[in-house]
Ligand binder design. Sequence first.
Ligand code: GDP
Length: 400
Amino acid sequence: MDKLNIVITGHVDHGKSTFIGRLLYETKSIPEAKLEEIISTCKGLGRELEFAYLLDAFKEEVEGQLTIDTTQVVFRTPRREYVVIDTPGHKEFLKNMVTGASYAEAAILIISAKDGIEEQTKRHAYILQFFGIKQIIIVINKMDNVGYSKDVFDALCRKADSLLSRFGIVPMQMIPISAKIGDNIAQKSKNMPWYEGPAVLAVLDNCKKNEFEHDFRMPIQDIYNIDGMKAAVGRVYSGSVNVAENVTVFPAGLNAGISSIRVFEGQRKYALTGENIALILNKALDLKRGDVICAKCAPVVKNTFSAIVLCLEGRLAGDLGYTFQIATQVVSCRITKFEERINIETLENGSCDFLEEAQLGRVKLAADSDLVFETFDKLQELGRFVLRRKESVVGVGIII
Ligand code: GDP
């Protein structure tokens, strides 16, 4: 089943937990018994069902099953599965994004109709544009609190539009909702007949995945000698390949056919994503660790690129040299331009000409020789990297 990673952000108290709880409820992602337990607890306390409790209950449920990452809240529509990246704070969220641990493909920004746009709303919008997240849905929550007023909604949409356009963001949709009542979440609400657009789940189902063609990519880890023949050993990062298929070895761009595929158990006619294999080619090419064997479309082969980098230690500056590692490729590189920075502790942003610990920057890098890569949104494993200086890891990043 198709899976989409989404992030849901909003100023504290604008209704994020209630909204996520409501999404879990509407998509029947909370076990029936748990739901009944919560309803009876709320009744016992003489309170209405609080949808924010559903989120906590879901987390408890998931924490019981140790195999699942506790930071992931999952719900399903008939169309696909959604993974809500629910990190404890901005710092974790930004770290996860830049290491690729959980990269959001779409975002929902919640604004309370009662309170309007606040400082945190602006910061969240800034972060979304920083990472280049293009699919952004704005939900104006607590519409029940403002009498479902079209005028309030229209005025907030105008304000949100002018804020977002400063960041070059064009929202996919602005939706008036009530997370508490359930208006315009799974179905169109009768309380707001003036709203002609779709409900939240319909817009989410329309979001696109970052589709990559899944062409074959295998970075060479090592060269072995198998039965007197040179074999390139590595893990298949994407796609599949068959015996007799033509491949190209990058960065040199040398062509050959596949004469044999070996896996741990023996010979094979094909190899799939995620498998560790040995490839024997029908030509004696000069193969080495770091080369990437590809089929179909060519990867990007360049020595300059744009990236988002998180400084982990000391200071990242333009006058220092770094060792850059992406997949099995290791080269020397320099940061040639600093474009923007965010401090992940304080969320302050601005221009810069170096990065210090806990700062995130959009930069340009130049390597000493050509690298084989894909942008991170296309193929994560060939789009994320580590920067070292004198053996210590001083930064991590993604190619954009
Ligand atoms: P968070 O801090 O953004 O996670 O916000 P919560 O989900 O905890 O909600 C903050 C408060 O707003 C709680 O008292 C909720 O019951 C209330 N709230 C959330 N959504 C709505 C809504 O759609 N309508 C109304 N009237 N109250 C809401």
